[in-house]
Design a protein around this ligand. Sequence first.
Ligand code: MD6
Ligand code: FE
Length: 225
Amino acid sequence: MPQQTPPPITPDLFASLAEPLPATERLGAQAWLLRGFALPFVEALLPALAEVEQAAPFRQMLTPGGQTMSVALTNCGTLGWTSDRRGYRYEPLDPLSGRPWPALPPAFLHLAREAAAAAGFADFAPDACLVNRYLPGTRMGLHQDRDERSLAHPIVSVSLGIPAVFLFGGYTRREPARRVPLAHGDVLVWGGEDRLRFHGILPVKAAVHPLLGARRINFTLRKAG
Ligand code: MD6
Ligand code: FE
């Protein structure tokens, strides 16, 4: 047997390792990660977010099983996702105030439509936006999003603040999930055959973001009604 010599480590190899991550990554047949896509919108998103939070504060909801979710949430749009002992559902009124959820800010709509179009979903018309707030240590267990009336529409998901690791799984809970790091400004868009994939968020590591502090905000735009 001739002696195998390992390939030399070339400067090219180091160059490729130092290259930034691609701006767009395909995670599935109809699932896209658009890195940094929301960055040009952040200046408009943050004041809109503050207004939503003021009208409908973040709160921790109960799962149907009676557990308190570690992530706090609120909503904007004509429908808001809620959870309590009676189950998961969309409601037109905020159960805390009895008033309608705050309207979808134009900046949210604009970003959602542009991101959906960039991922191949034309004419996305969301009516619901679930806003999740993660403090260090909080997590989101593996789940499917299936409370929307039709599963034919995509979901646009925007990450702001401190980073997190997204779990992108298969169609059953026990299939292995891919770990996808999400940073401030990243946008996920998925629909079609990927719509019912299990997904979640690993416990968020302590960190401080210059604009958002020790928080991660994720908002997901959907056509729920
Ligand atoms: C999160 N995201 O990123 C949780 N759901 O904090 C979701 O649960 C999610 O990112 C449906 C579609 C996209 C998502
Ligand atoms: Fe989800």
